[in-house]
Design a protein around this ligand. Structure first.
Ligand code: ZN
Length: 134
């Protein structure tokens, strides 16, 4: 794993959260994007080498809607950037991690992503992401 690529935060209202995080970080989101397949609208902020991803549910069945219902707003996942996502998934499987989607899928911000079950990582949803162009 190379570094923490971003931290994902589940929010009820993306527009409101964008304002707060713009004030906090002193910069507007560099990108907003809806990932229909995941039922989320997202916005991304840069903070030095790291990023913050805000996620709002676009429908009641969205994993973000379920997360907020269960745990309220807050940190939803940690994303690590990896050079080769297939290799990393294979390695983590042999280490006993439960992979939620074995085939990398297209996530937000030009990434291929795989998620690991929070049960595998002491309650934290882990995202692996690889730049699609790398
Ligand atoms: Zn993410």
């Amino acid at each position: 794993m190379d570094k923490i690529e971003h931290i994902g935060i589940a929010v009820k209202n993306l527009e409101e959260a964008n304002k707060i995080y713009t004030s906090l970080l002193g910069a507007s989101p560099y990108k907003t994007e809806t990932v229909a397949s995941e039922g989320v609208s997202t916005s991304f902020f840069k903070c030095g080498q790291s990023k913050i991803e805000l996620l709002e549910a676009t429908n009641a069945d969205s994993p973000i809607a379920k997360f907020i219902e269960k745990r309220g707003e807050g940190i939803h996942h940690l994303a690590f950037s990896v050079a080769n996502i297939e290799e990393e998934v294979a390695r983590l499987k042999t280490e006993g991690f439960q992979v939620l989607n074995e085939t990398p899928k297209k996530g937000a911000d030009g990434k291929l992503v795989v998620f690991l079950h929070p049960k595998s990582a002491h309650g934290v949803l882990i995202e692996l992401c690889q730049d699609i162009n790398s």
